[in-house]
Design a protein around this ligand. Structure first.
Ligand code: ATP
Ligand code: MG
Ligand code: MG
Ligand code: MG
Length: 434
């Protein structure tokens, strides 16, 4: 993208309403624009990051055997009356009426809807196990929307729903999602720790929250420090195999949120190994058995011909929250430092003298080598403005091209994460960034 033609509106001033770094930086870098309390428009830079995050989530769900669907945002209240949650959900649910006075709602989650879809088709145990997910906007009328996209009212969630014949099968599905979550967050450069969690209004009896540590996190968490060192991505995963070693490994050390905190277990950990910190919930998985299948009449015939209610679980990831969480974990005083996997563009080509035949030619070559994963700063602006914007927007690499270097065929390559700079020929610079 050429910056001279791009819609990448940066703000010079730090917006007063933004209390935490990620919110400030998202507004300053022109990633999002709040349109009502807790409701955001995603501008080009933010939208690109959101899609990259979404794609990693999708790839790992697919790898784990889940299948993507797309359910609507608007749901009929009648479905929620069948599960008993229509009255129970409370004021976080945005309730609507259509022109025929029918009660509708903007979905805060989709257990009822997916159970309804599945019960229409699933007839026998041969239709199990299945796991369906979608990546769709949710609405929760949060009492205190804040921290930008971290606690929005409208937000993008990946939610998956598993259906199994029995408890053993449901445990298998749970472990598949547990493992997929570890990989998903690690690919984004995040250390997300699974912690025993409360099941809340969704109900059930087995649940983990995936939490990244951050001072601005809204949850208080307690964990063994070993968990911060465990590696995820070096081990290949066989989703058809037994994943209990993965889950056992990650649950071999203490980790719990406030609601599940156990003082006795905590006291048994040597003091030097205890980490008590604030955390951001980026994902949450639940096993809840027949909580929806039973009241909603989802039944299949078992191998013995008897009818059974499938055992279910649900698995959420805060896709839009992750964009803020990744920035919380990757920034400095000058701006964002995107991990490459989710960067809006991998490279920024900064032409310091637009109109100079030498810099124009080198810049064009570098840009062409990475387009569409590069921005080309071809604006008629001072060098200082270009440096500041590139640092703010956080592209992992900057190729700085000035007239002196260009005359010698050289570009200066800067790595945003470390600030490291090297002077290289264009070919070497291309090879280095690729
Ligand atoms: P929280 O405790 O932060 O209110 P939750 O426990 O109510 O979240 P879940 O029902 O577990 O949320 O939803 C799954 C995921 O959706 C959460 O782990 C979180 O990442 C994300 N999420 C929930 N509420 C919001 C929100 N208001 N804005 C952005 N993301 C959200
Ligand atoms: Mg909530
Ligand atoms: Mg929560
Ligand atoms: Mg939760």
């Amino acid at each position: 993208m050429r910056l001279s033609r791009a819609f990448l509106p940066t703000l010079k001033e730090t917006p007063a309403e933004a209390q935490i770094a990620s919110h400030r930086l998202m507004l300053r870098a022109g990633m999002v624009r709040q349109t009502s309390a807790g409701i955001y428009a995603w501008l080009p830079l933010g939208w690109r990051v959101l899609r990259k995050v979404e794609q990693i989530v999708r790839e790992e769900q697919d790898a784990a055997g889940a299948q993507e669907v797309l359910m609507p945002t608007i749901q009929a209240a009648d479905l929620w009356r069948q599960s008993g949650r229509y009255d129970a959900y409370g004021p976080e649910m945005l309730r609507l009426k259509d022109r025929h006075e029918r009660d509708m709602l903007f979905g805060p989650t989709n257990e009822e809807m997916v159970t309804d879809i599945f019960r229409t088709y699933a007839k026998s145990y041969r239709d199990l196990p299945r796991n369906l997910y979608h990546i769709q906007w949710k609405f929760r009328d949060e009492i205190r929307p804040r921290f930008g996209v971290m606690r929005g009212r409208e937000f993008l969630m990946k939610d998956a729903y598993s259906f199994d014949l029995d408890h053993a099968g449901a445990t298998r599905s749970y472990r598949q999602m547990f493992t997929a979550y570890l990989r998903t967050f690690a690919r984004m450069g995040l250390k997300a720790i699974p912690m025993q969690a409360d099941t809340g209004p969704i109900g059930g009896n087995l649940s983990h929250e995936f939490i990244i540590l951050a001072e601005t996190g809204e949850s208080q968490v307690y964990l063994h420090k070993d968990l911060l060192e465990f590696d995820v991505l070096s081990q290949p995963v066989d989703y058809d195999g037994d994943l209990s070693p993965v889950v056992d490994f990650w649950t071999s050390r203490y980790a719990a949120t406030d609601e599940k905190h156990d003082e006795a277990a905590w006291d048994a950990i040597p003091e030097a190994d205890r980490v008590s910190a604030r955390g951001i919930e980026v994902g949450h998985i639940f096993y809840f058995g027949t909580k929806y299948s039973a009241p909603m009449g989802l039944q299949v015939s078992g191998p013995d011909g008897k009818m059974v209610n499938p055992e279910m679980g649900s698995y959420g990831i805060g896709v839009s929250r992750l964009v803020g969480a990744i920035i919380e974990a990757n920034h400095d005083e000058t701006g964002i430092r995107w991990p490459e996997a989710v960067a809006p563009f991998k490279l920024a080509v900064l032409n310091l003298k637009v109109g100079d035949a030498g810099t124009d030619a080198l810049a064009a070559r570098l840009y062409a080598a990475f387009d569409p994963d590069a921005v080309y700063d071809d604006r008629d602006e001072r060098a200082g403005v270009k440096f500041a914007d590139a640092d703010l927007m956080g592209y992992p690499w900057q190729a700085i091209i000035g007239p002196r270097g260009a005359a010698a065929g050289k570009v200066e390559l800067k790595r945003r994460a470390t600030g490291e700079r090297v002077e290289l020929s264009v070919e070497d610079a291309i090879a280095r960034v690729k």
